[in-house]
Structure formats: C-alpha cells, structure tokens
Design a protein around this ligand. Structure first.
Ligand code: UDP
Ligand code: MG
Length: 329
C-alpha cells in the first residue's frame, strides 16, 4: 500500500483542536465589531457547528476596540483576544494572530466586512475538493475611490512584472488556508511581511474564488496612502531583487552607447576636427562610467543574494511524502 505522510511543517506542531480558526486583525474597529461577531458566528455555526474559534487581534487601537475584544474573549466561548502592545500594522497583526491558531483550516478576514464571511461554505467546499488555499479574488470593489482602485490595479500589475512568484492579481488577505500552509507560513521569519505574497511563495494548490467586494460596513479605511505605499514597497522589495539589477542593465546600455560614441570620437580625432584633449577625455569618461555601473551591478547581485539569504525562508516546502509498498516507516 502506498503511504502518504503529511508535510514536515505539520510534524511536531500543536494538534488541531477545532475545525476552523478565523483570524481578524482589528485597528480602531469599534463600529464594526458587533456586526462582525454576529455574521462570523452565524456562518461558522452553520459550517462546522461549535468547532470553531475566532481570534481577534487588537493592533494597538486607540478607541474602545481593545476593551470590547477583551470582554468578548472573557465572555464568549469561541472567541480569543490577542492584544498587541502598540500598533504594529495590519500584516504584523495578522502574523501574530496566525501563530495562535488551533484549527484545521484557517480563514483570514478583515474586520470591516468588505470580504463577506458568507463565502466560507464555498471556500470549505473547494478545500474538500483538494485545495490547500482558497483566495478571494475581487471582481468589483464597491465604495472605493477611483484613485484607490487605479493605484491598486497598477500596483498588482507592476508586482506581477517584477517578481518571479505568481502573486495573484486583485487579491487581498481574504483567504482560507490549510493548517499545513499556515504552519509553514509561521516558519517564515522575515521582518517585512507581505502575507499574500508569502502564501503564494509557499506553493501548494491555490484556487481563486471570485467575489464582489462590499463597502466598508462602518468607520473609515485604516490604510491611508502612506501605509499603502509602505505595503507596496514591502511587496516589491520583499519579492524582487530586480531593482538591484538596474545598474547592470544600465551598464549594458551605456557600454553599447559608449562604444558607438568612441568610434565617432576616434573618427573626429583622425579627421583632426577637434579641440586638443577632447578625444582622450571622452574615451576615458565613456569607458569608466560603464565600468562603474557594471561594478555597481555586480555588487547588486551579491547584495541581492545576501538579502534573500537573510530572510531565512525555508529552503524548500514539502507538500507530502509518498513511499512505496516495501518501505518501513
Ligand atoms: N488594520 C490593522 N492595523 C493597521 C491597519 C489596519 O490591524 O495598522 C486592520 C483593519 O482593522 C482591518 C484590516 O486591517 O481589519 C484592513 O484594513 P482596512 O479595511 O482599513 O483597509 P482597506 O480595506 O481600506 O484597504
Ligand atoms: Mg477594508
């Protein structure tokens, strides 16, 4: 009989004690919390009975969110509160929540109900059909400004061009993941965390689920332009060393242009139609600038490798181990 072992990341990890964990980072979300709890509890009950937990992470809120979350955790059986010491930002808050999960499947959700929790049954069904990650892919984004939609669209496309990892377009952090994927995700210690990219990087079977993004239920966006820009920079620098290669490409360009110019400069020199000293200065400037750019490019290659190494990501990700009939385990 063929034996299939689970992936390494799952070995030695805490056993799943519920079917479903739902992780929600919250920053000043007092206006949406009651509705969030109502909708999440309803859909979780219908899908998995009482075998679920809701992990609410308070990301240093300055309104009543922190108190509300603490009280909910104290009074409700399925709710746990993780209170961060200060505002760490969405991606770090989410990372914190993901280290506390005890479920077989893990749903990541924004607090503002822009991503409908009611998609959970469809997501679970896709998981049963063999997916390891089901990510929500936005068809439409209601109630968001044209500026936000265009910058988001441009950003996802630029990211796609710059990175080797297939990070799906128009996808946020709204996704259902298997325990193996989350365990692996938790082993990635990198400082700047662009979670949707990290999940794509892990591989496994990732299936999109198209949906229409709703308006924020209440309150206003906690992602002002500055934070969005920061996320975009984290995404590009975290998943691409292409910018470091820019110098190499410029060096190639200046070498080709420089060589052409040198031919012209020498021609001028031979015909004697130049000020004394011009030709030699031109040749030196053109050659030296190419050499400089090229050496900066070489430095970039090494720095890029050092940078990737410093992330200490797992060297490989094992999905499962299959062994033949004779092998003893
Ligand atoms: N969030 C957070 N820390 C922050 C900013 C945002 O935990 O510093 C949470 C926020 O409470 C919400 C999610 O991240 O649950 C997404 O934020 P938001 O909905 O404001 O972003 P948008 O949908 O406008 O991009
Ligand atoms: Mg939102």
């Amino acid at each position: 009989m063929i034996k299939v072992q689970k992936a390494d990341a799952e070995k030695g990890m805490e056993q799943a004690i519920v079917s479903l964990s739902i992780v929600v980072p919250c920053f000043n979300e007092e206006a949406v919390l009651p509705e969030l709890i109502r909708r999440v509890s309803a859909v979780a009950e219908t899908c998995v009975g009482s075998s679920w937990e809701l992990i609410l992470v308070d990301d240093g809120s300055t309104d009543r969110t922190r108190d509300m979350i603490t009280e909910l955790a104290e009074t409700k059986l399925n709710i746990r509160a993780i209170i961060l010491s200060r505002n760490h930002g969405h991606q770090k808050a989410l990372s914190a929540g993901l280290t506390y999960v005890r479920g077989t499947n893990i749903l990541v959700l924004d607090a503002d109900l822009q991503d409908p929790p009611e998609l959970l049954p469809d997501m679970l069904e896709l998981m049963q059909d063999g997916a390891d990650v089901v990510y929500g892919q936005r068809r439409q984004r209601a109630g968001e400004t044209v500026a936000k939609r265009t910058t988001a669209a441009a950003f996802y496309r630029l990211l796609d061009q710059l990175t080797d990892v297939d990070i799906p377009l128009d996808t946020g952090d709204f996704r259902l993941m298997s325990r193996t994927v989350v365990d692996y995700l938790n082993t990635m210690p990198e400082e700047d965390r662009f979670i949707r990219g990290m999940v794509s990087w892990l591989g496994f079977r990732q299936i999109p689920l198209p949906y229409d993004r709703a308006e924020r239920f209440a309150g206003e966006t906690k992602y002002p332009f500055k934070k969005m820009l920061r996320l975009a920079v984290d995404a590009i620098t975290g998943f691409s060393i292409v910018p470091l290669r820019l110098a190499t490409w410029l060096a190639l360009l200046t070498t080709v242009l420089g060589l052409t110019l040198i031919v012209w400069v020498l021609f001028q020199w031979f015909t004697g139609d130049v000020v004394s000293g011009w030709s030699s200065v031109m040749v030196v400037v053109l050659l030296v600038s190419s050499v400089q750019l090229l050496t900066i490019g070489i430095l970039g290659e090494y720095i890029g490798r050092l940078y990737l190494q410093s992330k200490r990501r797992p060297h490989f990700v094992v999905e499962r181990v299959v062994s033949g009939p004779d092998e003893h385990s």
